[in-house]
Ligand binder design. Structure first.
Ligand code: ATP
Ligand code: MG
Length: 202
C-alpha cells in the first residue's frame, strides 16, 4: 500500500517552513508524494482578507514544481463553499480506492486547532496526523488534546524554520526583503502581481 501525504494550508504565501516540513515527513514516512492543497474559502474566519485562491494556488505550484515528489491540488479551491479537511481526505480516499494510506501533515499550531475542525471526531479517525514541530508553538500544548485524538497524532521534529506567511505579508508591505524566506519563483510572483502591498498589520 502506498502512502500519500496531504498538506493543507492557506499558503498566503507558501514559504520554506511549509516545504521543509513536507519534505522531512515525506522522507521519514516513505511517502510516495506530498500533495499541497491550498484552501478555498477558509473554514475559520481570518483576521485579514485572504488573497484570491488562484494566486495562492499558482504560488504553491511555483514553489513545489522543482520537487518531483510534490504536487499541488486544486481540490479545495475548486470546491464551492468552505474547505473542510474531512471532505478532502474522503475525496483522496475515493480517488485511490483504498489503495493508499493517507497521512495528514500539519504544524504544531494547526494540530491544536483540530478541536475546532468540522466533524472533528470522525476526522481524527480517518487517517494518521503528523504534527511537525514549529518554533514558537511548544509541542507540550498537545497534551491538552483528548487521548483518543493523541493516539492518531505523531509528533515529528523538523529543522526549526521561524517563518510565517503573516510575517512575509508584513515584510512585503514594509518594503523588507523576503528573499530566502520563500522560493525565488514565489517571490517573483508576489512582486509581479504586487501582492501584500496593502495588507493591514494583523
Ligand atoms: P499564517 O501566518 O497566515 O497563518 P502560516 O505561515 O501559519 O500562515 P499556513 O498556511 O497557515 O501558514 O500553514 C499551513 C500549515 O503549515 C499548517 O499546518 C501550519 O502549522 C504549517 N506551518 C506553517 N509554517 C510553518 C513553520 N514555519 N514550521 C512548521 N510548520 C509550519
Ligand atoms: Mg497559520
Amino acid at each position: 500500500m502506498i502512502k500519500i501525504g496531504l498538506m493543507g494550508g492557506t499558503f498566503d504565501p507558501i514559504h520554506f517552513g511549509h516545504l521543509v516540513i513536507a519534505e522531512e515527513v515525506r522522507i521519514r514516512y516513505g511517502l510516495e508524494k506530498v500533495v499541497f492543497i491550498p484552501c478555498g474559502t477558509p473554514a475559520h474566519k481570518k483576521d485579514y482578507a485572504v488573497t484570491p485562491s488562484e494566486h495562492r494556488y499558482l504560488m504553491t505550484v511555483l514553489a513545489t514544481v522543482s520537487n518531483p515528489s510534490f504536487e499541488t491540488s486544486r481540490m479545495e479551491i475548486d470546491r464551492t463553499g468552505p474547505s473542510f479537511a474531512i471532505d478532502t481526505i474522503r475525496e483522496f480516499r475515493t480517488r485511490y480506492d483504498g489503495e493508499a494510506e493517507i497521512v495528514f501533515i500539519t504544524g504544531a499550531d494547526a494540530i491544536m486547532e483540530i478541536l475546532t475542525w468540522h466533524k472533528k471526531d470522525a476526522l481524527v479517525r480517518m487517517c494518521r496526523f503528523v504534527a511537525a514541530t514549529r518554533p514558537g508553538y511548544p509541542i507540550e500544548g498537545l497534551s491538552k488534546l483528548p487521548a483518543e485524538y493523541l493516539k492518531q497524532i505523531d509528533v515529528v521534529e523538523v529543522p526549526g524554520i521561524e517563518i510565517s506567511s503573516t510575517d512575509i505579508r508584513a515584510r512585503v508591505r514594509d518594503d523588507l526583503p523576503i528573499r530566502y524566506l520563500t522560493p525565488p519563483e514565489t517571490e517573483a510572483y508576489i512582486l509581479k502581481h504586487a501582492l501584500y502591498r496593502e495588507t493591514p498589520n494583523p
